[in-house]
Design a protein around this ligand. Sequence first.
Ligand code: ADP
Ligand code: MG
Length: 247
Amino acid sequence: MTNPAVFAQPASAGGAAPIIQARGLVKTFGQTQALRGIDLDIDRGEVVAIMGPSGSGKSTLLHALAGVIVPDAGTVTVDSRVISVLREPERAALRLRKFGFVFQFGQLLPDLTALDNVTIPLLLAGRKRADAIRQSSAWLDRLGLAGEARQLPGELSGGQAQRVAIARALVMKPMVLFADEPTGSLDSLAAENVLTAMLDLVREEGTTVVMITHDPRTAAYADREVIVRDGQLSAAHAPQTLTSATP
Ligand code: ADP
Ligand code: MG
C-alpha cells in the first residue's frame, strides 16, 4: 500500500483546505541542511506520524510546522494563515492559543503536583483557578490519572508522567497537537498504553496530531506515515485500513 509521494498530501486530498500546509521548507544550521525543501499538507483531524532516521530533520520539521522556528525559505500556513512570516511574539501567542506540545522528557515542573502542572496553561490564559482545577481534573480523569492528581512528578511512573504532560497539552483544546517522540522514554507496554490513551482522546476531540516516532507500531496508529530522510520527504503512505480503501 506504499504510495511514494514527493508532494505529501493527506489521504482525503481534494476535500476541505488542509489545516497545515508547508511549501518548500528549507532550514540550515551552520553547515547542516536540516530541511532541504519539504512540501506537506495535513488535514483537519488527521493523525500523521513522522518517521525517519536520527538526524534526518524530523524535529526541525515539526518545529517549523509549529512556528517554533522560522524556515530560511518556504512557507507554513496554519488554518489559512501564513505563520512563517510572523515574529516570535505573534508565533508564541499562536502556539499558546492553537497548539499543544508533548515531548520525550522533562516536561513537568517537578515541584508542582500533577494537577497543578495541568492547570498552568489555563491559568496563563487567564482562566479562574477553580475553573482551571475542575477542567484539569477532568482531563486527568480521562487519562486514567484521577488517583494521581496530588502526586509530584517524581512520584509518578514514566507512563503516568507522560499522560500528565498529554493532559496539560490537551486541556487547552488545541487545534493541533505536536508530539516529538512522546513515548520514546517508555518501555513498549507503557508506550502503548500512553499512546492509545492519547489517541482515543484526540480522536474524540477531533484534534489534528503531528507525531514523531521511531516505533513502527506507534506509527501504525496514525492515519498516515511521512518519512523524512536527509531533510526531504522520501515517501508517504497510509498505514492500516483507515485510508487504504482503494484496491
Ligand atoms: P531528528 O529529529 O530527525 O533526529 P533534527 O531535526 O533534530 O533531526 O536535526 C536535523 C539535523 O539538524 C541534525 O544534523 C542536527 O544535528 C541538526 N540540528 C538540529 N537543530 C540544530 C540546532 N539548533 N543547531 C545546530 N544543528 C541543529
Ligand atoms: Mg528529533
